[in-house]
Design a protein around this ligand. Structure first.
Ligand code: FES
Length: 570
């Protein structure tokens, strides 16, 4: 049953030795014609968001067997957001490489990928796109809502909110600790519309996950049923020879981008979608995101940009209901892993009146346009990102003097220095925290408000960096500035006291310093001396990672030529 291309220069011997090792696996010759389904299991006790997946893997296997396939589970790298240093983003491409190579090298006809925590699903989709064997993504699902004194708590928007209040002196340590206990109350990934929930939602929109797969909580019995159905469906995909390249088309990516905008999802997803599409030779530009954002109403009232969490979205009909509402704007003829088009998947979906507080009609959206905007200007020639719906509207048009931190270490050391020259109107700037500079572009973009300002009641300021922020974070935060400081981008030329202008409506981000002065600073600019990560994978990362506007994939992982790359795999 298990077939490999391993050759010893003797086809007869290859067959003989494979039969011996099929028997070693416990299989006989009667299974030889059945599809072999790999289950790419990312169970890990360290990656807490995946620690509950074993029963789901069993349900997937059951589904595979019910449909006439042979399931074979195998491990790949698992990285969890909270316990991976310096940042999971450094390892997203490593997971993608592991996933691609294991799908390609092993004798499986199709795969189910178990995702969940932030960087896992994007990495798995990148790997699956390059391997291009039939694939379905399945996640462990989001946590249930936390509850404190009758108020809903969400990981990790409330981790940030309550920590800020504690630092401002409005919350005692004892109460903070009680809240801490309730922030991540059940198995599953973070349950606000952070990076994990957003990429899962976008995977449904892309067509790479069964309908309902993203919002169904980790604790619901229905998730076990979905796992079983995923197992059945991957066998059908193999029999129909439907591959990622048939599903993840440019139109499908446009559907995913519109979904991202309609749910006010995580800014990280911009980077991930560019990277996944790039594996298929599809070029997504930041301008595509801004254009689609401008013509997509914001309809899902989800934290941190709105009021509800994934459990509420599930009860409101989940992402199928969002897609149904958005369908006049979507390419509904696209094929999905159900073997049917998006339109066919949505035929039976109804949105109940009671769900309208969570999923607004496109005729009466929360906002007329989508959740993410792209900024350009002399400060970010290749673009920067802002999530205006999670920002302070009063700061979306702002001029302020820069307070510059040259590294994460510098930020940590000086942000709460009582002598720091900073006012509520200042623009906090963090340099050298990008893909190359950090390395790995950590989620430090929500630069902490200095304690002395917090205590005066300041809760938001304009902040600017070449790094990312968590999808659960909020504030007037400009991210992903490209090119980054460490490769000579203009963000590295900002000095204390420079005037910076932000104008979100006109998509402008400008450093109000003369061209002549900037040219002089450029001459003086020196590449930072990297004292950390001098060897191994991080060194390779630093040498090959692309900038944020290009998806932060490795240059050598892009298809050599689109047609060639796809033709060789189909
Ligand atoms: Fe895994 Fe938040 S820690 S999704």
């Amino acid at each position: 049953m298990v077939r490999t291309k391993t050759s010893y220069g003797d086809a007869g011997f290859s067959d003989f030795i494979q039969r011996a090792f099929n028997r070693h696996l416990g299989y006989g010759n009667e299974e030889s014609s059945k599809p072999v389904i790999g289950i790419c299991n990312t169970f890990s006790e360290v990656n807490r968001c995946h620690a509950h997946v074993q029963p789901l893997v069993e349900a997937i296997k059951r589904g595979v067997i019910m449909a006439g396939g042979v399931p074979l589970e195998f491990p790949t790298i698992s990285v969890g957001e909270m316990f991976t240093s310096p940042t999971t983003m450094l390892y997203r491409n490593l997971v993608a490489m592991d996933t691609e190579e294991m799908i390609s090298a092993q004798p499986v006809d199709g795969v189910v990928l178990i995702g969940g925590c932030d960087k896992m699903a994007p990495a798995q989709l990148m790997g699956a796109a390059s391997a291009n064997k039939p694939a379905i993504l399945f996640t462990g699902g989001p946590m249930n809502n936390g509850i404190y004194k009758g108020k809903t708590l969400g990981a990790c928007s409330d981790c940030r909110y309550f920590w800020q209040e504690y630092k401002a002196g409005t919350l005692e340590e004892e109460e903070l600790d009680v809240i801490n206990e309730k922030l991540a109350p059940t198995p599953g990934h973070c349950m606000v519309m952070g990076s994990a929930s957003t990429i899962a939602a976008c995977t449904e929109a892309l067509g790479m996950m069964l309908p309902g797969g993203s919002a169904t909580p980790a604790t619901e019995n229905y998730r076990v049923h979905l796992a079983q159905e995923t197992g059945k469906q991957i066998v059908q995909l193999v029999e129909s020879d439907i591959r990622p390249v048939n599903i993840m088309t440019r139109n499908a990516f446009e559907n995913a981008i519109r979904t991202l905008m309609a749910i006010g999802g995580s800014t990280n997803t911009v980077i991930h979608l560019i990277a996944i599409a790039g594996r298929l030779g599809i070029k997504l530009h930041l301008d595509d995101f801004d254009k689609l954002s401008s013509s997509t109403p914001f309809i899902a009232n989800m934290r941190p940009a709105g009021n509800y969490q994934m459990q509420d979205l599930y009860h409101a009909g989940g992402i199928p209901a969002v897609l149904k509402e958005l369908s006049p704007l979507l390419h509904v003829g696209e094929l999905t892993v159900t073997g049917q088009t998006l339109a066919e998947n949505l035929e039976q979906v109804e949105i109940h009146q009671e769900a309208r507080e969570v999923i607004h009609p496109i005729s009466a959206p929360l906002h007329e346009d989508g959740g993410i905007n792209v900024l350009k200007g002399n400060l970010a020639p290749d673009g920067a990102i802002i999530k205006p719906k999670a920002a302070s509207s009063s700061l979306l048009k702002h001029r302020g003097q820069a307070v510059v931190f040259t590294s994460l270490e510098d930020l940590e050391e000086r942000i709460n220095d009582p002598q720091l020259q900073v006012t509520p109107d200042s623009v906090l700037v963090l340099q050298n925290a990008g893909p190359v500079g950090a390395p790995g572009m950590p989620e430090a973009g929500m630069i902490p408000i200095p304690d002395k300002l917090l205590k005066r009641g300041v809760r938001d300021m304009v902040r600017l960096s070449d790094c990312r922020m968590s999808g659960t974070a909020f504030g007037t935060v400009i991210l992903h500035v490209a090119p980054e400081a460490a490769v000579g981008g203009p963000i590295g030329l900002i000095r204390d006291g420079d005037m910076i202008e932000l104008d979100v409506e006109n998509r402008k981000l400008e450093l109000l310093v003369s061209d002549e002065e900037l040219e002089n600073r450029k001459v003086d600019w020196k590449e930072p001396e990297f004292t950390n990560y001098q060897r191994g994978y991080p060194l390779m990362y630093r040498n090959h990672v692309l900038q944020a506007d290009q998806g932060c994939d490795f240059d050598f992982l892009l298809p050599v030529k689109k047609e060639e790359a796809l033709a060789s795999q189909v």
